[in-house]
Design a protein around this ligand. Structure first.
Ligand code: ADP
Length: 195
């Protein structure tokens, strides 16, 4: 069985996490942020060490452990009854992160909607990340070189995910609007797709 899925795609700072959390609070929507899964690992665990190593350089964790972590999380959530694959829409934030991950997940996901939080001014994203660094003590947001690297990785690796799924599920949303207006546009797109 494939999971009925919507993806949140956008540069670091575009608002995927903010909007994903709001959507995840609606009954029958289940939100998974792979960034949060990594940040919740014990830093001394094997995967925790791998995560710190890659993310501190602004790079992606290798595909195989990233997908494994995601699968384990969903299996646990299903087992514990927090996620019901038959009834719920899966809201994915941070995964698939590149075309190879999209291929690895093609047997598991039925991607019905891709919300692309698009941003025409990357300097605004840098400012948002610098603010977040202070509020959430995120190491990978604290350093401008690492931020620039993550924005480059987004262009080179994450954007090709949009091509992988083609134009049909894609909805672009202006990420520079207020969170309230971004949410309004998201809900409109969700209603059109999932009714
Ligand atoms: P942002 O989009 O703001 O960069 P995330 O919280 O989505 O932040 O991700 C933080 C870091 O976690 C990424 O830079 C990367 O190192 C790692 N990560 C998250 N999801 C994945 C994934 N699917 N594959 C590989 N690495 C990932």
């Amino acid at each position: 069985m494939k999971y009925r899925t919507m993806l949140l795609v956008g540069a670091p700072g575009a608002g995927k996490g903010t909007q994903g959390k709001i959507l995840g609070a609606i009954p029958n929507f289940y939100h998974v942020s792979t960034g949060d899964l990594f940040r919740n690992l014990a830093p001394e665990s094997e995967l925790g060490r791998i995560y710190l190593d890659y993310s501190s350089r602004g790079e992606l964790v290798p595909d195989e452990p990233a997908i494994r972590l995601w699968r384990q999380h969903l299996a646990t959530a299903t087992h514990e009854g927090r996620f019901d694959p038959a009834a719920d829409i899966l809201v994915l934030d941070g995964i698939p992160r590149n075309a190879n991950q999209a291929r690895m997940l093609s047997e598991s996901l039925e991607v019905r909607l891709i919300l692309y939080l698009s941003c025409s001014d990357m300097n605004k994203m840098v400012l948002r990340l610098q603010r977040r660094a202070l509020r959430e003590s995120r190491l990978d947001d604290a350093n401008t070189t690492v931020i620039r690297k993550r924005l480059d990785v987004f262009d080179a690796e994450n954007k090709p995910v949009l091509d992988f799924y083609g134009p049909d599920p894609l909805r672009a949303i202006d990420a520079l609007q207020t969170p309230f207006r971004v949410l309004r546009d998201i809900l409109q797109a969700v209603e059109e797709r999932f009714g």
